[in-house]
Design a protein around this ligand. Structure first.
Ligand SMILES: C[S@@+](CC[C@H](N)C(=O)[O-])C[C@H]1O[C@@H](n2cnc3c(N)ncnc32)[C@H](O)[C@@H]1O
Length: 228
């Protein structure tokens, strides 16, 4: 068996019980160093651990696929929820194995940000730029999301499409400079790392563990009785 499990982001508290059970019962636990570190308190001495980084992920996943084919019970841990900004890694796992791999949903940094920023999914669009390949369709979509009066939760791409670049792109496309923006780093603090306007975000620098909330200019009406 091989399964991809969402873990974190950033802390074991945000691993589901199902995910924890799979990690604890695995023969092999694999993933990027930072994600394996999150689940490390659950690991036992007899479990084999395969850690990887961007540069050796293909070779390390081939190792994991071999262990899986040899009958080992393997869990690959991914940051947050695999369904948000995790599919390219899932694709790499599946390419290594030569077949589809089961996934177990996790809690995403986007969900944590929605909670901290008090925005609901219904009125918010999640976009990630943390992916390889052409970003143009995703950039255009972000512009349309704001034009459509929705909030956006955005994962930037280190280091060529960071929050400042996101702001520059949107402003050049005619977005209002007055959009309220929050940038959260490591999502572990009680306060946003930074709050300001889209225009103010343009010149700012943030770490690669940043996630951005761009609020709609006007909140949507709630639709409750007595409101328009
Ligand atoms: C490849 S994406 C994976 C996202 C993940 N699948 C999720 O659902 O949260 C990695 C990016 O997510 C964002 N991220 C993940 N964990 C975070 C955290 N604890 N605080 C802030 N941003 C985080 C950062 O922008 C980071 O570079």
């Amino acid at each position: 068996m091989i399964v991809c499990v969402g873990a974190g982001p950033g802390h074991l508290d945000f691993l589901t019980r199902r995910g924890a059970e799979l990690v604890s019962n695995a023969d092999v636990v694999a993933g990027f160093d930072a994600v394996v570190d999150v689940v490390r308190p659950l690991l036992l001495n007899e479990q084999q651990v395969v850690t990887m980084g961007y540069s050796d992920q293909v070779a390390k996943l081939a190792e994991v696929a071999e262990l899986h084919q040899a009958g080992k019970n393997c869990v690959v841990v991914l940051m947050g929820d695999v369904h948000f900004s995790g599919f390219q890694f899932l694709e790499r796992v599946e390419t290594a194995c030569g077949h589809r791999v089961e996934t177990v949903a996790g809690i995403s940094s986007a969900q944590m940000l929605a909670s901290k920023g008090r925005v609901c999914f219904d009125e918010t669009t999640f976009l990630t730029f943390h992916r390889r390949g052409n970003l143009t369709p995703f950039k255009t979509h972000l512009r349309e999301v704001l034009r459509g009066g929705r909030n956006a939760i955005v994962i930037p791409r280190p280091w060529d499409f960071m929050p400042g670049d996101v702001a520059a792109y949107l402003l050049a496309g005619g977005a209002s400079a007055a959009h309220q923006v929050e940038v959260w780093e490591n999502l572990s603090r009680d306060e946003a790392e930074w709050r300001g306007t889209l225009a103010e975000m343009e010149g700012r620098k943030f770490s690669d563990m940043s996630i951005v909330l761009i609020r709609a200019l006007t909140p949507m009406p709630t639709g409750l009785e007595g409101e328009q």
